[in-house]
Design a protein around this ligand. Structure first.
Ligand SMILES: Nc1ncnc2c1ncn2[C@@H]1O[C@H](COP(=O)(O)OP(=O)(O)OP(=O)(O)O)[C@@H](O)[C@H]1O
Ligand SMILES: [Mg+2]
Length: 325
């Protein structure tokens, strides 16, 4: 099956992701897939959860932190500004503290705590996570294409969601338990709503959001997770390993896209030895890819003569990505 067949066979598949090691072509294929689907009349949002976002580069437009920007009819792209979101979190916390304790201004000690917490790397991840949930909850698109971060980070992201979930389960359980007693006490003091109620509601809200975003990753029907590989032994080994790890987190792989295949037909065009050797050295890894991933290889994309930026190049890649496998 080629990529078009996979999508045609799964009409409910609306979240697409291209994963893989750094620099293999995730952003390129995210953009190319978005282009193809938009041309077919589907409304597509391709968005980046990468602090080093590069959708602006490939579309040759500065879209950072501007929400969903229309690139062409039906094609929208978005780069999430994690920093701005973190500032939003901080403002929320400040407001809550001021409201709850009736301060005009957040005390300095608490300010410095807020600043320290915000510089944690996990904070950036959480902010991105949160933004993704917002995008997905808001709806309005036929397809959502995640321009993913390199493998290690994607795994971190997944593991974080399952750990958060366990943690929140535990805390929620404890809090519900406590709430029973608290309610009795509150009744005695004739209070309407306890503080525990509010915290519990907030935790449940966080859990709902996390479940939603991790359920997207693990939902085979709605999500197509494709791995990008290149014809190199090390990359093939790493990809096999990664597939195993993803399976542990319950993320099934919908297919593999092979990138940077130097076309064999060049051999008949009187090319220099250098290039001939490069083509020959891709043969064994290409055969290994076929034997390892078999019919799950959904596309082979050639090495182009230049980088993939701008709509013309994106269109060329999309033809290859959705053409015959
Ligand atoms: N088939 C191809 N032919 C020529 N250049 C390509 C091809 N595929 C990708 N590139 C180029 O390789 C570079 C890396 O591609 P891309 O940015 O899509 O990778 P990535 O997996 O998103 O990287 P990162 O892990 O840094 O996000 C880019 O400059 C892109 O234009
Ligand atoms: Mg990228």
């Amino acid at each position: 099956m080629n990529l078009s067949d996979v999508l045609a066979a799964h009409p409910e598949m609306k979240y697409l992701m291209f994963g893989g090691k750094g620099g293999l072509g995730k952003t390129t294929f995210s953009a190319a897939a978005a282009y193809h689907l938009a041309k077919q009349g589907r409304k597509v949002l391709v968005f980046s959860v990468d602090p080093q976002a590069s959708l602006s580069d490939i579309f040759q437009r500065d879209i950072f932190g501007k929400g969903a920007v229309e690139i062409m009819p039906n094609l929208f792209a978005q780069e999430i500004d994690a920093d701005r979101r973190i500032h939003g979190f901080q403002d929320d916390i400040r407001k809550k503290i001021k409201d709850r304790y009736g301060f005009d201004k957040v005390p300095d000690e608490i300010e410095s705590y807020i600043a320290a917490a915000s510089s944690e790397p996990a904070m950036e991840e959480s902010a991105i996570f949160d933004a993704v949930v917002d995008i997905v909850v808001e709806g309005g698109f036929d397809y959502y294409i995640y321009d993913l971060v390199p493998l290690g980070h994607a795994l971190y992201y997944l593991s974080m969601s399952s750990i958060y979930d366990q943690w929140i389960n535990k805390v929620t359980e404890l809090r519900s338990e406590m709430q029973k007693y608290d309610r009795v006490a509150a009744k005695l003091r004739s209070q309407e709503k306890t503080e525990e109620d509010e915290i519990l509601t907030e935790l449940e809200d966080i859990r709902r959001r996390i479940n939603l975003s991790s359920s997207i990753f693990t939902d085979t029907k709605k999500t197509g997770f494709f791995f990008v590989v290149t014809p190199e032994e090390m990359i093939i080994l790493d990809t096999k390993k990664a597939e195993g790890l993803f399976a542990k987190f319950g993320v099934p792989i919908a297919g593999f896209v092979v990138n940077r295949v130097i076309p064999e037909r060049l051999l008949s065009e009187g090319i220099p030895d250098y290039l001939r050797h490069r083509i020959e050295s891709q043969r064994a890894p290409l055969a290994r890819i076929d034997e390892t991933f078999k019919d799950r290889v959904v596309a082979r994309v050639p090495e182009f003569e230049r980088d993939i930026t701008g709509m013309e190049m994106i269109a060329r890649v999309s033809e290859q990505l959705f053409g015959a496998a």
